[in-house]
Design a protein around this ligand. Structure first.
Ligand code: ADP
Ligand code: MG
Length: 725
């Protein structure tokens, strides 16, 4: 830790602002916002009216893109990008590895006379052909047919990314195989939004609400992250390669470092945050809040919610920008769910709702009884959905890194339940008991108006232990990990909601026979039925408590603790039926996802275990042996002059070092062991055999850290990394 510590302190004390303070009065915030986006304003300025209208229709109403339009749009986009200094264009896509992938092509085409012209056709805009063989397909693509293609997603605007050495045009795309199977996260998300639109419209229609615009999901992801001085990261192979520390003794409470370096903190971190915001503003990402988080060196950034697909692309951009700007400030942004054991981890609360500009947000209780009734129906659909498909929802947040966080008394438990708050729960319980009565004379508008307490209710769950909490006008899904794409959970939520809304629409259509006058009673009966069948999923208490775990089991709610328990939920019959019915994912596509995610789980833990072995042998043993030898020498010296040597430290060190060697070589042997045949067996081997063995190694190493002389221990400690900023 010595050199890293010295370098980090130097980096902080020597810190000079990278550039003159950003002057927002020169370029106003509103002017800057979206300045690098091929947005509506740019399109209106640069496209012929008919082309603009046609494209707009495609974007807003989801209609097919006219091929003749593509050439004109591409040309305008190219001119705009080149004016902004772009030399290349790239189709951006989101493979199942969770990263953002890009393939860059230059605009230049030889003109046949030794020169070159800038070219960008409609075809180049709407379709790309990246080599797909380097991306996992989970058996979807036959090995001889490694090609996939990217297709422009018109609902997510193109943008320009600036680099010190040039800028390039980015086109958000879906990534599919030649046979049309989804190889990415965007394709199923778009499909799920279509399904949701269709079913939500059926329900609204029963309430006499018609809307031209598609109904979409809305998402507002709150992104947590850690910022650590990069000098420390260079001295920590675990943080560098695995993104989390595999070793590290808990810092003692009341660290002096905290006071010592606190004053320096805001400057560098604030500069970083300002620059992140500015970069994101230019990219049209509506970042709104930034603040410190619970753990030292932990922060959060949250944009204003947007249409789900856009919010997903924007969250990927947020993660990219956080990482790259941190580097500029001599720091590393850690997006891992649990970089430091015993310290709060990072999540990504996914605020989720449904609606559009015309009808507003459908999880908003509204002011009129009519809106209230509609709200209660959509709310009941969500309750039913989480009860029926909780295990699937849990599977969408399963990963090796998120396993360290879920259920660890800082994040929601792995049991999927719904928090409604007392008032709303009470309203639904009244429906369940059949206590909400309406007079026959009253129209559909007056459902339950006499008996319903005024909505909206409590602003939401502040105890934060519920995975799926109603927070006033949305549900907040809190189990998503900080490093994850928010696509997967939304795909599940949209599809689960589609199924529930389909059920509700079908029931109501049947019981009302299309008569508006019968809607009131039909809704009440249906809400009663849904509550009788599904209210077991509602839980407003402390999700961390032991009582809840027992109670949940009694209620029949699954508690899928680890990734190998959760991922198989992607291919159980009810999941396959759900996704195929609404055309979101085929059985083959689901199985490929399960396979790929299980493989990733195994690879992650295998890498960590190997890293652990390497660090044990090359870093921790040497430091411990050196100290042991120092103590032994001191002991021999003292005895030579006839003095007694207190051997407690040496004894402790020796015992621990012996123990550490034993478990390290055991781990090594286990890694070579028979892991079973299927990927699921492998995953279970890593979960049940390798992880406990790794925990043993860590236990010894962390004890050694508290014994061995600080100047011999080369790994920066938790207290250094977290408090020197
Ligand atoms: P808190 O920390 O209290 O949860 P934040 O302001 O940090 O609140 O984050 C709330 C997030 O929820 C923001 O991204 C916000 O835009 C989003 N949000 C608010 N209303 C909705 C809604 N109706 N649908 C989806 N997201 C929403
Ligand atoms: Mg929140």
């Amino acid at each position: 830790g010595l050199t890293a510590r010295r370098d980090a302190i130097k980096a902080i004390t020597d810190y000079k602002p990278l550039h003159a303070p950003l002057n927002f009065s020169e370029t106003s915030l509103t002017e800057m916002f979206g300045s690098n986006v091929f947005n509506d304003k740019v399109m209106r300025e640069r496209l012929p009216k008919t082309v603009y209208k046609s494209l707009k229709k495609t974007i807003e109403l989801g209609e097919k893109l006219d091929a003749s339009v593509a050439d004109v749009v591409a040309n305008a986009m190219k001119d705009w990008a080149i004016e902004k200094g772009a030399t290349h264009f790239t189709h951006v896509f989101y493979p199942l590895t969770g990263l953002t992938a890009e393939k860059h092509d230059s605009f230049l085409t030889p003109d046949g006379m030794g020169g070159a012209v800038a070219e960008f056709s409609g075809k180049m805009l709407i379709q790309g052909e990246p080599d797909a063989s380097s991306f996992p397909s989970g058996g979807l693509r036959a090995t001889f047919e490694a090609r996939g293609y990217t297709a422009w997603d018109v609902t997510s605007p193109a943008y320009i990314l600036e680099n010190p050495n040039g800028t390039f045009l980015c086109i958000p795309t879906a990534f599919v195989s030649w046979t049309g199977e989804a190889l990415d996260k965007k394709t199923p998300l778009l499909r799920s939004m279509q399904a949701l639109n269709k079913q939500a419209k059926r329900v609204l229609k029963l309430f006499g609400v018609e809307t031209k615009l598609p109904l979409t999901s809305y998402a507002g992801p709150e992104q947590e992250y850690f910022l650590i001085d990069r000098n420390f990261i260079f001295a920590r192979p675990d943080l560098l390669i695995a993104g989390r520390s595999l070793f590290g003794a808990k810092p003692p409470k009341g660290q002096e470092f905290e006071d010592q370096y606190f004053g320096v903190t805001p400057r560098r971190v604030m500069s970083f945050m300002m620059e992140v915001d500015r970069e994101l503003f230019k990219l049209g990402v509506p970042v709104k809040t930034r603040h410190n988080e619970v753990a030292p060196s932990q922060f959060e950034i949250a944009p204003i919610y947007e249409q789900g697909n856009l919010a997903t692309d924007h969250n990927q951009l947020v993660m990219t920008v956080l990482r790259s700007v941190a580097k500029r400030y001599g720091m590393v942004c850690l997006l891992h769910e649990k970089p430091f054991a015993g310290i709060n981890g990072s999540g990504k609360h996914l605020n989720y709702s449904i609606g559009n500009d015309e009808v507003g947000c459908l999880f908003d209780p509204g002011d009129t009884p009519h809106e209230n009734a509609q709200f209660l129906v959509f709310c009941a659909a969500a309750i039913r959905a989480v009860h029926k498909y909780g295990p699937l929802l849990r599977a969408t947040v399963a990963s090796a890194s998120n396993d360290h966080r879920l259920g660890a008394n800082e994040a929601p438990p792995a049991i999927m339940s719904v928090y409604l708050g007392e008032q709303l729960t009470d309203v639904f319980e009244q429906f369940k008991k059949g206590e909400v009565k309406s007079s026959k004379k009253k129209s559909v508008m007056n459902i339950g108006v006499d008996t319903l307490p005024p909505l909206p209710m409590d602003p939401g769950d502040r105890n934060r232990t519920s995975p799926f909490a109603f927070t006033g006008n949305r549900f907040e899904f809190r189990a998503v990990g900080s490093s994850m794409s928010i696509a997967g959970s939304q795909v599940a939520l949209n599809t689960m909601m589609s199924e529930s809304l389909d059920y509700i629409a079908t029931e109501l259509e049947k019981t009302t026979g299309g008569k508006k006058t019968k809607l009131n009673e039909a809704v009440q009966n249906l809400l009663q039925k849904i509550m009788v069948e599904h209210d077991q999923v509602i839980f407003n208490g402390d999700g961390y408590s032991e009582e809840w775990h027992q109670e949940a089991e009694k209620r029949g709610l699954a508690n899928l603790k680890a990734t190998p328990d959760a991922l198989p939920m992607l291919s159980i019959p009810s999941t396959i039926e759900l996704f195929t019915k609404y055309g979101v994912l085929s059985e083959a596509e689901l199985r490929s996802r399960e396979e790929i995610y299980l493989e990733q789980y195994c690879k992650t833990i295998e890498t960590e275990a190997n890293l652990m072995l390497r660090m044990s042998k090359t870093v921790i043993f040497p430091a411990s042996f050196r100290y042991q030898s120092e103590l032994a020498t001191a002991c021999a010296n003292l005895q030579a002059i006839g003095k007694e040597f207190g051997t407690t430290t040496l004894d402790q060190l020796t015992a621990n070092l012996r123990g550490m060697q034993k478990v390290t070589y055991e781990l090594e042997a286990l890694l070579e062991g028979d892991k079973g045949n299927s990927t699921l067996e492998h995953a279970n081997y890593f979960y049940k055999t390798i992880l406990p063995a790794m925990a043993e190694v860590r236990k010894h190493a962390d004890l050694l850290e508290t014994i061995v002389a600080d100047d011999l221990w080369t790994l920066p400690s938790y207290q250094e990394m977290l408090f020197i900023r």
